[in-house]
Design a protein around this ligand. Structure first.
Ligand SMILES: [Zn+2]
Length: 281
């Protein structure tokens, strides 16, 4: 299940392995996940050079030498596989993919194949620079963007009437934070996921901001340390409390509890994440 840290791991590998290479094949099974016809995507991408690979929220963005951008959006269950082609560019897809049938997504550059074997919700968008700008203006900033200062973060969150968890996961406020990281960020900040954002003090929002950066950066660094995280094997990075109902809180040992927020489970430590005193509204 890729969140920002896992997607960042993919981005680093793609940046290392595909930049400076030309797109030789591009295919996607699910046509409904495309924003334009595959034919048009082929016309504008085959033979083009990849200049760099960017991440924004959970989007992976390939910048091509003709000004076009290819945006790959993985679904919740999707895993990206990056294989070096040993026999050179003329070689067909590597055996790992071939044996599993036609993959949901495949991108081949000169010496690397990028594959998503199975997916139900994968999206691939071909956008011009202007269209990408437009799309990004409609979305919240990347949580790790250096433009998102503590002050801007406070401004975005101030006076929101939704719960903290819903706000963290709201793509119009912040790009790419999934349920698991939202729970872990709320835990790191010592705030209950159910608290209403407009009841938080300035200092709470500042702590939330720093916790968000810390949790995401820490997960990214732990992946870097091991190097095997982006291959999809990884259940080994389960820091925090998400999904750990009944297990002892890593801080105080109190059993982790579960509550429903917008009909989805949220996890918290009742001791470390007390409800703040109600304020007059
Ligand atoms: Zn605790």
């Amino acid at each position: 299940m890729p969140g920002i840290p896992e997607i960042e791991g993919y981005r680093k590998r793609l940046d290392q392995d595909t930049v400076g290479q030309r797109i030789r094949c591009l295919d996607m099974q699910r046509q409904s996940g495309l924003n334009v016809e595959m034919e048009r995507i082929h016309d504008l991408t085959l033979g083009r050079l990849i200049l760099f690979v960017e991440r924004r929220g959970a989007d992976l963005i390939f910048h091509l030498d003709n000004g076009q951008r290819l945006v790959l959006r993985l679904g919740q269950e999707d895993e990206l596989q990056i294989d070096r082609l040993e026999a050179g560019p003329e070689e067909e897809e590597p055996t790992s993919a071939a044996s599993a049938g036609k993959p949901a997504f495949s991108l081949r550059v000169d010496s690397v194949a990028v594959i998503v074997a199975k997916s139900r919700s994968l999206q691939l968008l071909l956008l011009s620079a202007k269209e990408l700008d437009q799309l990004q203006r409609e979305q919240g900033p990347d949580p790790l963007s250096r433009h998102l200062t503590a002050e801007r973060f406070r401004q975005r969150f101030a006076k929101r009437r939704s719960t903290l968890k819903a706000a963290l996961m709201n793509p119009a406020l912040l790009a790419g934070i999934d349920s698991r990281y939202a729970d872990n960020i709320a835990f790191a900040a010592g705030l209950p996921p159910s608290v209403r954002v407009d009841q938080l003090q300035e200092e709470d929002l500042d702590r939330l901001y720093l916790s968000m950066i810390h949790v995401l950066q820490d997960a990214i660094e732990r992946q870097d340390g091991d190097g095997s995280a982006a291959d999809g094997s990884g259940a080994s990075y389960e820091w925090g409390i998400a999904g750990k109902t009944g297990e002892p809180c890593p801080r105080c040992g109190t059993p982790i509890e579960e509550m429903m927020i917008q009909r989805k489970p949220a996890y918290y430590c009742p001791q470390c994440q007390p409800l703040p005193p109600a304020v007059e509204s």
